[in-house]
Design a binder for this molecule. Structure first.
Ligand code: GCU
Length: 831
């Protein structure tokens, strides 16, 4: 019995559920020479158990134990021991007189060339970073001799979590919050501690723990006590916490009759609250504020400027050394599309440029990478070029809100790099966005990075093993934006899946192809992600972009598409960039194809630099993107014997789902623009599916046709549903196809509100069965639409002409076992 229990416990310990992220420290082969080269002791220059240096010593000991199965003792005062690892701050290091370079805040030296390994930080955090970096080398089997100093690109390197007090997470796809439940901070902060460790290992030094759409009840005393506990968990890892504030708190929570930032009672209310928070969390990073944005209260309510509002909070923070992150995401969400010159993209510069120089020195304006909202492609926000007397930070999204919600593989650094490397040509000089956020372009003292991450209680943190490459890469880029996306990815792969070359090659190939593929099947030529912007932000719904006040318009009609953002004839947005860039975008001939519809309204027949027309590009890109997504499945399957079962299966399920959903996207967008423009696909793929059998054309019993809305999210605009919520439906058809093996794809709708059961038969043989309860984490839908549309595939099924294909659907709850079509696909055909 004991033996069984032990075996079980070992299996649990070895379970690859993703909870360790890239810090798995899997064993690395180490021969005698390698073992001899390993350090024999660790010298930790701080005994305080809550200090990052102490934590670094512990991490080194555990890491080496796990990677090399070697127990290395820790001592605290023997800096001279040869063959030891020394970890500490430069100030505490007095073991050698050798020259150590000057380091910036959080910087470190990593030196393995002498008879000791030196991991020395400018501060405690830097020492911890050095330890993690050294461990990352060891975990990748890299025992080479290196000696270098490393400094941060920028002082602010934060993550934002959009966690609500009730434990839900806005735009989170990995389960509920690790911080909050039922209106307060959870008792068990074990996961928070593990998260702190992951963040420290990628050199993140700050975390804002609650949603930017902030709930003022965070300020209740019991919650402030909870924040103290969260801060205590993060502090040993060098990660400072921050909080999002609701600008109306003085009125809605404090009982004042106003939240006017210039009202003296409001000013002292904020000072008082700030003092109370700092009593509990003396090293609070500061506040994050979303004000006068998307219905959130703000200074504009009282005709005060955004700077006046920000400064009240900034001044309250100043005595404590805190920083105010003030979001630039301010725009009117009731714009009128009939006005040709109306443009949401103009808003940030319109609001903030006139205020340049008016913000307190401890304010950082936090700017999303593009002017709209985390789209699959956007030009760099022109605000980065327009604030030269104000600190700025970039806001990225690791959580894939508009980018597949972790159910589609999308490796994001190549997208981020289009913005970070974009040369704004400030004063006609090289001025990439990365230099604006580090403060270099305008000589600003503060600046940096933040990313909305939204980890949840799911063991994989983000809901998907492969999505973790984005979090890892975010930290790496925030430290060094010149690092190569592929190099970063490969470090992550080795740390996460091991160093097998085939594993390395395939995951690299898939990941690097993933953002271009996603762009191809979701939104081309700068046309934004054509998702449902007023519902889930997940599946296709191009019509939802227009005819509402949100301003994510495409202005698509029967003749053409795109926003004219020129100065000459459009919204004037192009003129918000410095002159050289403004000229580039003003002229359609110099505007790159991938942003042409962002800046210009053109006919579908407009010829791109590539030589294709806009409409043919749409068609071709969507077909090619879906094909690439299908290739991910084959690539992953080639790794079957090289990856543990648990992660292999989980990733495969997601990739198969993605391949199916890429067809949903492809067909929806292609059909939508085909219908609108009435221009056929030159290669006749669009609307022509020789391998498909529409469900509504099968013999139906207990099923009835159903017109799907939006029409383009069903093949032939029609699906079938059961005639009632308790009637079993049957759809059957006699096949007239050449006999042979086919991949049988069945498109159905997986609705929120029920788990229907479908069974598919060939004559009387059951081929397979599935339920409509995939819980992949994306926002579900209660309708038959592009979010719920899903495909299941049975591979290599033999069919003969004359066979009867029959699908039986049993509805459940409010899900009427919906079916769209079946496709019998010969090997290699993607449709
Ligand atoms: C997006 C997102 C919202 C979020 C907002 C923000 O619009 O959909 O959920 O609140 O951005 O960044 O504030």
């Amino acid at each position: 019995m004991l033996r069984i229990l032990l075996l079980y416990l070992c299996a649990l310990a070895a379970a690859e559920n993703g909870s360790q992220g890239w810090l798995r420290y899997a064993p690395v082969p180490c021969d005698k020479a390698c073992q001899d080269a390993l350090p024999s002791s660790i010298v930790t220059l701080d005994r305080n158990e809550t200090s990052p240096v102490y934590v670094a010593g512990q991490e080194l000991q555990q890491g080496i134990q796990r990677i090399f199965n070697k127990t290395v003792p820790i001592n605290y005062d023997n800096c001279a021991a040869p063959s030891s690892i020394i970890v500490g701050t430069l100030r505490d290091y007095n073991c050698s007189t050798q020259d150590i370079p000057e380091l910036g805040e959080d910087g470190f030296v990593l030196n393995t060339t002498g008879d000791t390994v030196q991991l020395l930080g400018h501060n405690q955090r830097g020492a911890l970073y050095a330890a993690f970096e050294y461990l990352s080398m060891l975990a990748q089997g890299n025992l080479s001799q290196v000696a270098y100093a490393s400094d941060a690109h920028a002082p602010i390197r934060q993550v934002n979590e959009w966690d609500n007090m009730d434990g839900s997470i806005e735009r989170g796809y990995a389960g509920p919050s690790i911080f909050f439940a039922n209106g307060t901070v959870v008792d068990d902060l074990t996961r928070a501690r593990e998260y702190a460790r992951l963040l420290a290992s990628i050199k993140i030094n700050g975390i804002v723990v609650n949603n930017v759409n902030a709930n003022a009840t965070l300020l209740e005393p019991r919650n402030l006590d909870g924040l103290r506990r969260i801060a205590d968990v993060f502090r040993p890892y060098g990660v400072q916490i921050g909080v999002s504030l609701n600008f109306a708190s003085p009125r809605d929570f404090g009982g004042l009759d106003t939240f006017d930032p210039l009202d003296p009672s409001v000013v002292s209310w904020w000072e008082n609250v700030t003092d109370q928070i700092y009593q509990r969390v003396p090293d609070l990073a500061g506040y994050l504020v979303k004000a006068s944005s998307e219905g959130q209260p703000g200074p504009l309510t009282y005709n005060r400027t955004l700077a006046e509002g920000a400064n009240v909070l900034a001044r309250a923070l100043q005595p404590h050394g805190g920083i105010l992150m003030f979001r630039a995401f301010v725009y009117d969400n009731n714009l009128n599309e009939s006005k040709w010159k109306a443009d949401r993209a103009n808003a940030a510069v319109d609001y903030f440029k006139p205020l340049d120089g008016e913000f307190e020195e401890n304010v950082i304006v936090q700017i999303k990478y593009g002017p709209i909202d985390f789209q699959v492609r956007e030009p760099a926000s022109p605000l980065f070029a327009n604030l030269n007397r104000t600190n700025v930070a970039i806001e990225l999204q690791v959580t894939q809100e508009y980018l597949g919600q972790q159910c589609h593989l999308v490796y994001l650094p190549p997208l981020w790099k289009t913005v970070l490397n974009f040369d704004l040509r400030v004063d006609r000089k090289a001025s990439p966005v990365r230099d604006a956020i580090s403060g270099k372009t305008f000589n600003r003292p503060l600046g940096g990075w933040t990313a909305v991450v939204n980890v949840g209680t799911n063991s994989t943190w983000l809901g998907s093993h492969l999505a973790m490459s984005n979090l890892y890469a975010y930290g790496r880029l925030a430290w060094d934006p010149m690092a190569d996306s592929e190099d970063i990815l490969q470090d992550w792969i080795r740390l996460t899946f091991g160093s097998d070359n085939q594993v390395l090659d395939k995951i690299t190939e898939m990941s690097m192809a993933s953002w271009p593929a996603y762009e191809n099947y979701t939104g081309n030529l700068g046309e934004q992600t054509l998702t449902d912007i007023i519902y889930t932000h997940y599946g296709p719904n191009p019509a939802s972009q227009d005819n509402n006040g949100w301003g994510q318009w495409t202005r698509a009609d029967a003749q053409g598409i795109g926003m004219d953002r020129t100065v000459g004839n459009g919204t004037g947005y192009a003129g918000q960039y410095p002159e050289e860039v403004a000229q580039l975008y003003e002229d359609i001939d110099t505007t790159p194809d991938d942003l042409v519809l962002w800046f210009h309204h053109v006919n579908y027949t407009h010829r791109l630099h590539s030589g294709k027309t806009v409409i043919q590009h749409f068609y071709d890109a969507h077909y090619s993107g879906a094909e690439t997504a299908h290739s991910f499945v084959d690539m992953w399957e080639s790794l079957r014997d090289k990856i543990d079962q648990e992660r292999y299966d989980d990733v495969l399920t997601r990739l198969v789902y993605q391949a199916g959903h890429s067809i949903v996207w492809r067909d929806a967008i292609a059909n939508f623009y085909h219908n609108l423009s009435d221009i056929p696909d030159e290669t006749q793929r669009v609307g022509n599916h020789p391998w498909r059998i529409e469900a509504e054309s099968m013999a139906l019993s207990g099923y009835k046709p159903y017109a799907v809305y939006p029409f383009e999210t069903a093949s032939n605009a029609t699906a079938i549903i059961t005639t009632s919520n308790s009637t079993t439906g049957t759809a059957s058809t006699t096949l007239s196809i050449p006999s042979g093996a086919y991949n049988l794809a069945i498109n159905y709708y997986d609705l929120y509100g029920g788990s229907s059961l479908w069974t598919v038969y060939r004559n009387d043989d059951q081929i397979g069965q599935w339920t409509g309860d995939t819980k992949l984490g994306h926002i579900p839908s209660i309708y038959l639409d592009g979010h719920s549309a899903t495909r299941v595939t049975f591979r290599d099924v033999e069919f003969r002409s004359g066979d009867v294909l029959r699908i039986v659907g049993e509805p459940d709850g409010t899900e009427p076992a919906p079916l769209d079509y079946v496709a019998l696909l010969p090997g290699g055909v993607v449709d």
